[in-house]
Design a protein around this ligand. Structure first.
Ligand code: ADP
Length: 465
């Protein structure tokens, strides 16, 4: 995988920002200059049309000279009047006085044949030979005497806008240079300030990847990076707890397997060497061996069941049935315990409360929870079991009066092999993990309400079908 190089990231970011600034300047330049030229041209063309129409409307009448004078002076137009036989009747400059055309080709001597194919108007452009610009010229037939047409040429120079544009262009170049230099510096600062925290986070992430779970991710740059840091902090915390769990797990598993094995070996040796001939002792030792073997078998079976549940290898057989039946079947197994050993069992079972689920798996979960309640309840040996309907859900709860569970342990008890000190003989630390896996397969809501010294209430709910 290509490694992240902060310098090249910074450089690319910087280059992108500078390019962006240049692009914006270029676009502004283009828009300004073209917009200016087109607007000015459009205005001049309509002014030329208007001027031509004013002059032509007075042609051959009194007031023609005044119109000519006023229009040429006010609009800065040059006006020529050409007759078809080649005689230039009038040539008036932009000061209203008679003057030769500012440049020879402004008056097109071939205009009469061109006008033949038009409605009497013709519009053309002539390059300005003095300034780096253009003339716009309107030719229009204003009269026809003795078979000879007379054409009015109204012309205006675009040189003012050309001058303005060239001035603007040079200013704009300066502005662009200033903007680009500023953008370059700003982009550099921005790129550095953005890439610095990323570089720091990347460094810490590498530490995390190398197994340093105590690493702390820096915050305080910008919200998004703070979120990233917070997410990585959470990941590090998860890694820490997984690592702790892994260590516990190895310790627990090896301890849980070694203890019965040691006992089995020790008692087998005792039978071999000491008690082989004494039937009473031999019987007692054999009972211990059988008990420890059972424990080992249960531990291994439960571990395998849990793995199958968690890996999705178990397929649920869904059916609708009264949840109270799970309680009945669990209690059947405990009958000898609560009847003979003086447990005080309180039941409140809504037998009409139906759930949709895998009967066998739910029986197992209910069995484990009731089993724990019997094991961990207090000296008064009270256990309460309830099934009820509540707001579209079916609630199962089992309450005991035992030692309860510390707030800090409430989450961990659902983890595999997690046991708090008060181990009972049959404890494997797998029971609640199996319960949790079954509930999660059923998308059930579940939890435990408990506090140290105050008993526990384990509950889950399933939607009513
Ligand atoms: P175990 O086989 O040890 O009971 P579980 O997974 O069923 O394993 O339970 C995990 C731990 O949670 C137990 O070791 C016990 O400390 C605690 N626990 C479970 N149920 C109760 C309860 N009803 N009251 C107090 N502690 C409980």
């Amino acid at each position: 995988m290509k490694r992240f190089d902060p310098r090249s990231f910074r450089f690319r970011l910087w280059a992108v920002l500078v390019l962006f600034a240049a692009l914006v300047c270029g676009l502004m330049w283009l828009v300004q200059i073209t917009a200016l030229r087109t607007t000015y041209e459009r205005d001049r063309i309509s002014a030329v049309r208007q001027a031509g129409n004013i002059i032509s409307s007075t042609y051959g009448r009194e007031g023609f000279n005044d119109a000519l004078f006023t229009v040429t002076r006010s609009g800065g137009f040059f006006v020529q009047l050409l007759r078809e036989d080649g005689v230039l009747l009038r040539s008036v400059g932009n000061d209203g006085a008679e003057a030769p055309p500012p440049q020879e080709n402004l008056v097109d001597w071939q205009i009469f044949s061109t006008l033949d194919g038009t409605d009497g108007y013709y519009f053309y452009r002539v390059p300005d030979t003095v300034y780096d610009s253009e003339w716009i010229v309107q030719a229009q037939v204003v009269a026809c005497r003795d078979g000879l047409r007379e054409v009015l040429f109204t012309s205006a120079s675009l040189s003012p806008v050309s001058a303005a544009i060239s001035m603007l262009s040079s200013r704009f170049l300066l502005v662009t240079a200033v903007v680009l230099v500023t953008a370059t510096v700003l982009a550099f600062v921005l790129a550095s300030s953005l890439s610095r925290p990323i570089t720091r986070i990347t460094g810490r992430a590498r530490q995390l990847a190398a197994g340093d779970y105590e690493v702390d991710f820096p915050k305080g740059s910008c919200t998004e990076l703070d979120h990233l840091s917070a997410a990585l902090d959470t990941a590090a915390a998860e890694f820490r707890s997984t690592e702790a769990l892994r260590r516990d797990l190895i310790a627990n598993v090896s301890h849980d397997m070694r203890t019965p094995l040691t006992m089995i070996k020790a008692y087998a040796e005792m039978i071999e060497q000491l008690s082989g001939d004494d039937p009473v002792k031999r019987e007692a030792h054999l009972q211990i061996i059988i008990r420890e073997s059972d424990k080992l078998t249960r531990f291994i079976t439960e571990t395998m069941d849990l793995s199958r549940l968690q890996s999705g290898a178990v397929e649920l057989t869904m059916e609708v049935f009264p949840l109270a039946e799970c309680v009945d079947s669990a209690l059947e197994s405990f009958r000898h315990l609560w009847e003979r050993e003086g447990y005080r069992l309180f039941l409140s079972l809504d037998r009409g409360a139906l759930v949709r689920g895998d009967r066998r798996q739910l029986e197992r979960a209910v069995f484990n929870l009731i089993n724990n309640a019997f094991h961990y309840t207090g000296a008064d040996q009270v256990v309460y079991i309830g099934v009820s309907r509540l707001a579209g859900e079916v609630l199962f709860e089992v309450i005991d009066t035992g030692q309860g569970i510390e707030q800090s342990q409430l989450r961990a008890i659902w983890d595999r092999y997690y046991r708090i000190n008060n181990k009972h003989a049959a404890s494997t630390g797998v029971g609640l993990s199996i319960v949790k896996a079954i509930f999660e397969l059923h998308h059930a809501r579940y939890s435990v309400d408990s506090r140290a010294g105050g008993g526990s209430c384990f509950w889950f709910t399933l939607p009513q079908p």
